[in-house]
Design a protein around this ligand. Structure first.
Ligand SMILES: [Zn+2]
Ligand SMILES: [Zn+2]
Length: 134
């Protein structure tokens, strides 16, 4: 399948010729800051199936000390992708267009969710990291 995504202003666009996997939402305090939201919503892609279609020059990245970083549009601020050691590792689900045929499979670090968040029932929740997360 082919999946497309773009930032809020439309400057940066990407295409994935493949599937997303391991969609999850992390409710830890760090993910809340990174995603400016109640939680992350992120799925993994195969780097070789991912390509920037336009606006790659407008991407800015923030890389943490473990080599994992996020890339965002320098014009509108949307966070589009995660990178590990400079290679695209996954995408933020908020910037995916249409139906990527995947659903969030788990909520993690629910034990440190924001006091104001109410999580919907029906999806496995873990107080911290799930067991045997591969
Ligand atoms: Zn943008
Ligand atoms: Zn987190």
């Amino acid at each position: 399948m082919s999946i497309s995504g773009e930032c809020f202003c439309g400057e940066v666009k990407y295409r994935i010729d493949g599937k997303l996997r391991d969609a999850q939402s992390c409710h830890c305090s760090r993910c809340r800051k990174v995603f400016s939201s109640q939680a992350s919503a992120y799925a993994i892609v195969e780097a070789k199936e991912f390509q920037w279609v336009s606006g790659e020059k407008s991407l800015t990245s923030y890389v943490g000390k473990h080599g994992f970083g996020l890339q965002f549009c320098s014009k509108c601020g949307s966070t589009l992708s995660g990178v590990y050691k400079g290679v695209v590792h996954g995408v933020t689900l908020g910037c995916v267009n249409g139906d990527p045929e995947i659903e969030l499979g788990r909520h993690i670090y629910v034990g440190s969710k924001a006091s104001w968040e109410v999580i919907a029932e029906g999806v496995p929740q873990y107080e911290e990291s799930p067991p045997a997360y591969a």
